[in-house]
Structures are given as C-alpha cells and as structure tokens.
Ligand binder design. Structure first.
Ligand SMILES: [Zn+2]
Length: 310
C-alpha cells in the first residue's frame, strides 16, 4: 500500500449508476486523509474501500450540488459514532455556509468529533499543516465552486555518499539539517554540499467547472490531477452550458499545466452502457502524459517523486 494514494469512492456525476456511486475520494497523504466531495453513499463505499472514519483528517467540498455533498451528513455522524478524537478541518465555499450547516445538522446525533469549519472566501492558502498546505482557486460553475491543491513544501534530499565522504554520521546529520552547517574536525560542512533540492509533491482536485484560469492554476506542475470529465467531445456544447469540462479539456488543462498523471472522473450516466474508454482517448490526444479512467474503489498511487529514466 502506497503512503500517498487516491482512494476512489465514487465516480458518477449527478445520478449514481449500477457501476458508479456518486462522487467521493479520499486522498491518503502519509498520515493525513483528505476526503473530497462525499456524495450520497460515501459512508458505505468507505466500507467497501477499506477506509475508516478515523482516517479522515480533512474534508474539502468544492460546491454544494448534491453529488458532491449529500454524503456529508452520514460521514460526519459516523465520525462521531466512531469517536474520532482528532480535530477535522472542513473547507467549503463560504457563500454557502448555510448549506454546510444544514448538512452538518441534517439529522439528530450526539456530536463528538471536533469539526473545524474553514469557509473559503477566495483564492490562496486555506490550510497550513507542517507537511503540506491546501490552496483553493475559484472555478466557473453554475453555483459558487472552488478547486483545491495540496502542496508539499520543497525540501532537500540528503546524499549518503557525500555524507560518508565528509565524515558526517549519526546525530550530526540531523544537526546539519537543522542548522545548515556543521563543524566536523577541522572542516565546516554546509547542507548544500551533502544534499540536493527535493521538489515537494503537488496534488490537484478540479471538479465542476468550465475552462478557467483557476483550473490551470490548480494543476500547475501537479504530480496528480483529479479532474471532472463529465462529457465527451460530442457533448461539448452541453458542457459549456452547464459549466462542465469535456475529457479533452481536462487533457488540455493537464498538458498546459505540465502535470504528470491525469485521473478522469465524474462521468455522465449517458456513458454507462457504452465504452467510456473514448473519454480517456480524447483526453490522451490533448495530454502527452498518463491518463487513468477512474473506477469505483480504485486505489491510484501518487506517482513517485523520481520517475524511472526513460
Ligand atoms: Zn455541480
């Protein structure tokens, strides 16, 4: 099991189908678990996917159409039922705070879990943890909508060969990392001499939107982009009218933003009985990188930091 992976809980837009549950995704990122857009049935899908309520540390809602939030009451109540002890941060578009409150208190239950509401008012950093920050960007949909981006700070990777050559061992390595330089024998060793830059990983979550600047900003340099692709090329006019993307547009976002892996999801039920592979093909024509067509209960690893050399 990878330490950083997307657990797909559902992949249907608007109406669930026999094969696809309403939307829902858990991003496992080391010890954190970010639940995105829990649609109806998310609690049961978690059971099938082997995800527990206590794994959820953050909740991010892009907008308040039902397929992106009707699972919230069940998930929140389940967290209290399971006596989740840690604080759970919940981000959502501030314009619809009232809708969030209604979902939170949709039924009567004994609320145990400490839920920290983080209504999002605009673009920028909305949460800062030690291991990552969460940024938001406004999207262009028929109701207030935002996309999210998880960014790991850039760091440095220690090089064992150089450390050994300069005689830096044991606790001195940690000291050098903290202080940036270290006196050893008659030498002064700097961090630059024994390490190299390590780019932080980035994950983007882009749901219901037309093509817009926010979508490109979210995907910029991302290792994994999860993107709605409600429609195929043949329904491009519908996509524009209802504020959605086609698979080809999702591919274009990934290509122009130099993303690495594109995960397509949020499919119209009109493709239930046909071959949905053509959605991946249309995205791939616009994007040179890897495209994955998400299925319910997939676990998709965030690509490792160092892709093997071609
Ligand atoms: Zn929507």
């Amino acid at each position: 099991m990878s330490d950083r992976e997307l657990v797909v809980l559902g992949t249907a837009s608007q109406a669930p189908t026999r094969r696809r549950n309403h939307n829902g995704y858990l991003l496992r990122w080391d010890g954190a678990g970010v639940l995105f857009d829990p649609g109806e049935g998310t609690q049961r899908q978690m059971l099938f996917a082997g995800v527990t309520a206590s794994q959820i540390t953050h909740i991010c809602i892009t907008h308040f159409h039902g397929d992106h939030c009707l699972g919230l009451p069940g998930v929140l109540q389940r967290m209290s039922l399971d006596r989740v002890a840690h604080t759970v941060d919940a981000c959502y578009p501030a314009q619809n705070q009232e809708v969030f409150r209604r979902l939170r208190h949709a039924a009567l239950f004994h609320e145990v879990t400490n839920l920290a509401e983080r209504p999002v008012t605009g673009g920028g950093t909305v949460l800062k943890e030690s291991a990552f920050r969460v940024e938001a960007q406004p999207l262009s949909h028929s109701v207030p909508a935002i996309g999210y981006r998880l960014v790991e700070p850039d760091g440095r990777r220690m090089l064992p060969g150089r450390l050994a050559a300069l005689g830096v061992t044991g606790p001195d390595i940690g000291r050098l990392q903290r202080e940036g330089r270290l006196a050893t024998g008659d030498r002064l060793v700097s961090l630059d001499q024994v390490s190299e830059p390590r780019r932080g990983q980035r994950f983007a979550f882009i749901m219901d939107t037309r093509l817009c600047d926010g979508a490109f900003a979210l995907a910029d340099g991302a290792d994994m982009v999860v993107c709605e692709s409600t429609f195929a090329d043949t329904e491009a006019a519908l996509a524009r009218e209802y504020g959605h993307l086609t698979a080809r547009q999702a591919g274009r976002i990934a290509a122009e933003s130099r993303a690495r892996l594109l995960v397509l999801t949020h499919f119209s039920q009109r493709y239930e009985h046909g071959d949905s592979q053509h959605l991946a093909d249309e995205a791939a024509e616009a994007f040179g990188g890897q495209v994955v067509l998400a299925s319910d209960l997939d676990r998709i690893p965030v690509p490792s930091r160092h892709p093997p050399a071609a």
